[in-house]
Design a protein around this ligand. Structure first.
Ligand code: BJ8
Length: 425
């Protein structure tokens, strides 16, 4: 384990001994998961390094930014509009945890019967192993699932109200919330959001999403040059690293993927059924289900999650030039996100159908985090829709621990056999 940043981590209140344990745990699972990949692009090195840098070099960058007077906020959900934060010179830091190592530390405040994403995130904060704990000037939660909503109450965070339906009056409420968020970040930094700055941040984040779309387009090919595990790592890194460095890393990857396609190089050693992962996100540290699926001979060619298509599918309309028009365009883009907290969530069904067609999906694995009632209940709607299309699906409800890995693999292998027999017929 590298100790280059220990002085800094200590200065910002990180418990070094526990932090070493956390990093040892995460590194072990990262190594195990990615050692299973047959043929990784060389350009993935940047993303592997970024996994470590998120607890070292990136921390130093954020620290330096704040030392120079910059402001930052912690966030937990892709509903928080980064464009507006950046236009007010506030750096958003997504804080969702994906490691099983920290979940028990959440007992200090939270019941055990809630989603591991929430427990892992706050377990890191309570054990003083989250390096960003003291590197922020505010925290913004959102009214998505019940567990998150109530967590924000306990912790007294700033909260954006995400409506639960998608009618016109809900859109108006959301537009008002986005305007309130603008005022919040302006107050925090003392920097007014002006049209020029907002336009620039809209373009920057559209470019970031476009780059992610470009990478994922390669996954539509019959022999994908990038695996599902690698595509997941790219999405995880997207949430933490410096934007320009991230996009440079993606450009290098795209160039290599083009070369691989020309040379007929696949990321997979053998052919296998093409699957879509649908459901809850897999933040940094959580590679379990992707590892179980791909090491069982399936190819994950798309992720219908917030660490996948849900994050980069929609761009902000760049046509408006006036401030109000731009804010509405941003609000409308985020309002298209099809989280299971919406009722009804018909857009999600249509989106899944579209992915199945575009990515030539043979089967769907619904990956649901334990105690995520929204995605778990909605899984039945997805399953019924898939049955109507003749697409087999497998629902996995699991947490971050690796205890059930072998059981998962047994279920996934029989799912692979089912898909293989259908493909052979
Ligand atoms: S837009 S999926 S990032 S809320 S998995 S904490 S929903 S109990 S993470 Fe999410 Fe925003 Fe929705 Fe995406 Fe709750 Fe479910 Fe846990 Fe979740």
């Amino acid at each position: 384990m590298e100790h280059t940043y220990n002085d800094l981590l200590k200065e910002i209140g990180v418990d070094l001994a526990l932090h070493d344990q956390l990093m040892e745990y995460n590194t072990r699972h990262h190594t195990m998961s990615y050692a299973s990949c047959a043929n990784r692009p060389a350009a993935m090195r940047y993303f592997d390094e970024s996994f470590h840098a998120s607890h070292g070099e990136r921390v130093a960058e954020v620290y330096g930014y704040r030392k120079r007077g910059g402001k930052s906020i912690g966030t937990f959900c892709i509903y928080v509009p980064d464009e507006i934060a950046l236009a007010a010179e506030v750096l958003p830091i997504p804080l969702c945890g994906g490691s099983h190592w920290s979940v028990d530390y959440a007992d200090k405040m939270f019941p055990r019967e809630i989603c591991p994403l929430i427990r892992s995130t706050f377990g890191m904060a309570f054990s003083n192993t989250c390096p960003y704990k003291k590197l922020k000037d505010g925290v913004v939660g959102e009214t998505t699932c019940d567990a998150k909503k109530k967590a924000w109450d306990l912790l007294k965070f700033e909260v954006m109200e995400v409506p639960q339906k998608k009618n016109e009056r809900d859109r108006d409420l959301w537009r008002a919330e986005v305007r309130a968020f603008k005022e919040y970040v302006e107050r925090l930094s003392g920097v007014r959001v002006i049209p020029e700055r907002l336009k620039a941040s809209i373009r920057l984040l559209n470019r970031k999403r476009q780059v992610l779309q470009d990478i994922n387009t390669f996954r539509k090919l019959p022999n994908p040059p990038i695996s599902g595990l690698d595509a997941l790592l790219v999405s995880q890194v997207a949430l933490n690293q410096d934007l320009n460095a991230f996009m440079d890393g993606c450009e290098r990857l795209i160039e290599e993927l083009h070369r691989r396609v020309e040379d007929g190089v696949s990321a997979y050693a053998m052919e296998g059924p093409r699957v879509l992962i649908a459901g809850t996100p897999s933040p940094m540290g959580n590679w379990k289900v992707h590892y179980a699926v791909e090491s069982s001979g399936l190819q994950i060619v798309a992720d219908e999650t917030c660490t996948g298509i849900r994050y980069f599918r929609d761009l902000v309309d760049e046509a408006p030039d006036d401030l109000e028009g731009m804010i509405d365009a941003i609000a409308d883009r985020y309002f298209k996100i099809d989280c299971s907290c919406f009722s009804p969530n018909t857009e999600r069904i249509e989106h899944v159908k579209k992915i199945i067609e575009e990515y030539a999906i043979d089967g769907v694995v619904q990956n649901i985090l334990s105690f995520c009632h929204g995605y778990n209940v909605e899984a039945k709607v997805i399953e019924d829709m898939l049955a109507g299309l003749g697409i087999p699906s497998l629902k996995i409800v699991t947490d971050y621990s690796y205890e059930d890995l072998e059981q998962l693999k047994v279920r996934i292998e029989s799912f692979r056999e089912l898909l293989n027999s259908r493909n052979a017929a």
